[in-house]
Design a protein. Structure first.
Length: 292
């Protein structure tokens, strides 16, 4: 082999390695921006996005797994973009052939799920709308992935459990509107029964979501396979208004089980006096015995 060919081969290999390193560093920088203030993000992001776009145009694969600094050893570029709520980066990656829009990894959920969890402002809803339009689906079978360390939540349980109640409600409305007549939202897949949508909503104290679910034919009185109801979740969190609403919707104030504390037991244990008074006034038995 001639010297020029060897030199060209070395140069090509070096350039590929350099491009890969820059891609890894750039996406790690975006990953770290979630800890930054908005002023820092506004300064850093345009420059990083410009570099990533150049790397993609230079032939860098849009599906290259990214080795993260910090918790979780790796993620896809689309997952990182979704967590960073960057529609620009999502669009660039998909334009350059990213194929992992509905892929979950061992450590992280699909991009749509990550975007829903990360959304903390109404402006972020455009990112979810973009993902929907790009083919992202809310159907996600965790059981197909072995040895996962990510949660077994569905898209719905992630959304309704958000602490940002208005955002949660808007995402649910968006989802229902897009998939109306296609998916029966009132029935969760069996493998996800332990993370019931109604229980998740009650756990966050989101009374507006509970009303929305009721209006859309969700059964607010049902228990999951462990005997837990939405009232258990609301009582444990001390959400008296949610408890009162659930009682009005027909949830049993006791829902006693010999192996599970009743809602009023949980409220007592958590020192939620207002909830204890409410449940006791609605006939909850304070003397029910259970054994774990």
């Amino acid at each position: 082999m001639s010297a020029p060919m060897i030199i060209n081969g070395i140069l090509a290999t070096t350039l590929l390695a350099t491009r890969e390193m820059l891609f890894q560093l750039s996406l790690n920088a975006i990953w770290q921006t979630r800890f930054e203030t908005m002023s820092h993000i506004n300064i850093l992001m345009p420059k990083i996005l410009k570099l990533i776009r150049w790397l993609l145009e230079s032939g860098q694969s849009a599906d290259t797994p990214v080795r993260l600094v910090g918790p979780g050893p790796q993620a896809t570029p689309l997952q990182i973009s979704a967590i960073a709520r960057s529609q620009t980066l999502l669009a660039d990656l998909l334009k350059h052939g990213a194929t992992t829009i509905n892929i979950a990894g061992r450590w992280r959920m699909p991009p749509l799920f990550e975007a829903a969890g990360a959304a903390n402002h109404l402006d972020n809803l455009s990112v979810l709308d973009f993902l929907f339009a790009s083919g992202a689906t809310i159907d996600y079978n965790q059981t197909t992935i072995k040895y996962c360390f990510v949660s077994k939540d569905t898209f719905r349980t992630i959304v309704v459990g958000k602490k940002e109640h208005e955002i949660a409600l808007n995402i649910m409305k968006m989802t229902f509107a897009r998939f109306a007549g296609i998916i029966d939202f009132s029935e969760e897949a069996k493998e996800f029964n332990a993370a019931d949508v109604v229980i998740s909503a009650a756990s966050s104290g989101n009374i507006r979501i509970l009303k929305f679910l009721y209006d859309n034919n969700f059964n607010l009185t049902r228990a999951n396979p462990f005997g837990v109801t939405a009232l258990h979740a609301a009582a444990s969190g001390g959400y008296a208004e949610c408890c009162e609403l659930l009682l009005e919707y027909g949830v049993d104030a006791n829902h006693n089980s010999s192996a599970l504390p009743s809602p009023i037991h949980l409220a007592c244990y958590r020192n939620k006096i207002e909830v204890v008074k409410l449940l006791h006034g609605r006939g909850a038995c304070i003397d029910w015995k259970f054994c774990l």
